[in-house]
Design a protein around this ligand. Structure first.
Ligand SMILES: [Zn+2]
Ligand SMILES: [Zn+2]
Length: 344
């Protein structure tokens, strides 16, 4: 089977490896679609794990089921179209019981083999039991491949805790920023303001329901926000780009009593200097949102199923697996593209 293997960020090869043996408690999935994630194109992050078969936002159809699974999981059948999360929590440990699924040791250790950008993927039982969803007939494989990224935003927005009439600012209008724009409307904010420097992405944000967009190449975002919000600034700021500069900018947009959500890490060794007293006396909180758990994937599924978000609107480019390198370059450039999908 063909896989896309990354050695260094500039060295992604299409290789042939044997289709994995199916153990008694595994399922073999024929991959049909796999999205390129913004995390995949953070060179320092992905090269840390290299060499690896890249891709985790995958969706496919059950090709074969292990003998024991046929009795322990009679609801999963060959031919079923599934979304499967690439990690799965135990659902029993203290972290899981608190809802901190991504901090569960089992979640961190669980993995699919060899990776999403592969013609076939071997999935262990725990993924099938704890974070797998059967696609409805109305959902496409690409819809399925968008469940994970949308679920990450579901979690982020839960943490953002947007109240009715809030001013919401989304920094960075790549696909993840745009999903924030779309889904934040459910909380009936007063306005959603998007900030970016790429005209294509600013335009998309307006199409997807932002009230205002600010091009930071041309405008002073802080001054603009002061004006738009009557000096109130933002009640909630969500920062998506992987840069400490964006995080610092984001903090400056938070109004009194507001909240900042870090939807991104910084680059390794980067430190954030914070004026604690400014934060303290203005009662500003900072929270993180890393990845997503089974509750979030279920919610994302429902949002797609109910048409509250239409994944195909967010997919701008499609490639076969042989052109993964081009797909990566396009995503990395972060210009006139949103979700780049690999179809198999
Ligand atoms: Zn992802
Ligand atoms: Zn656990």
């Amino acid at each position: 089977m063909k896989v896309a293997k990354l050695y260094t960020f500039d060295d992604i090869r299409i290789e042939d490896i044997p289709i994995p043996e199916v153990g008694s408690n595994d399922a073999l999935i024929k991959v049909k679609a796999c999205g390129i994630c913004s995390g995949d194109v953070m060179p320092w992050y992905i090269e840390n794990k290299a060499p690896l078969v890249i891709g985790h936002e995958f969706c496919g159809v059950v090709e074969r089921i292990g003998s024991d699974l046929k009795t322990t999981m009679p609801l999963i059948n060959e031919g079923d179209r599934l979304f499967i999360h690439h990690h799965a929590p135990c659902l029993k440990c203290k972290k899981c019981l608190r809802g901190d699924y991504v901090q569960c040791r089992t979640w961190k250790e669980s993995k699919i083999y060899p990776g999403g950008l592969s013609e076939y993927v071997l999935v262990p039982e725990i993924h099938l039991k704890h974070d797998t969803l059967l696609l409805s007939d109305t959902m496409t494989y690409e819809d399925g491949a968008m469940i994970e990224p949308i679920a990450c935003v579901v979690k982020s927005l839960r943490r953002a805790n947007i109240q009715k009439d809030d001013n919401v600012v989304v920094v960075g209008l790549g696909v993840m920023g745009l999903i924030h724009v779309i889904l934040s409307r459910q909380y009936l904010p007063s306005r959603v303001i998007g900030i970016d420097r790429v005209p294509f992405r600013l335009k998309k944000a307006m199409e997807f329901g932002a009230d205002t967009v600010i091009n930071i190449e041309e405008e002073n975002a802080f001054e603009m926000l002061m004006e738009i919000t009557n000096r109130e600034l933002a009640n909630v700021v969500i920062v998506c780009p992987n840069s400490i500069e964006a995080i610092k900018e984001g903090i400056s947009y938070v109004g009194d009593g507001g909240r900042l959500v870090l939807f991104t890490p910084a680059r390794p060794k980067e430190k954030l200097e914070i004026d604690v007293n400014d934060l303290y006396f203005r009662d500003i909180s900072i929270t993180t949102s890393y990845s997503c758990g089974p509750q979030d994937t279920k919610e994302a599924y429902e949002l797609i199923y109910n048409g509250q978000i239409v994944p195909s609107h967010l997919i701008t480019h499609r490639f076969p697996i042989t052109q993964v390198k081009d797909a990566f370059t396009l995503t990395y450039k972060a210009q006139d593209s949103l979700k780049v999908m690999i179809n198999l």
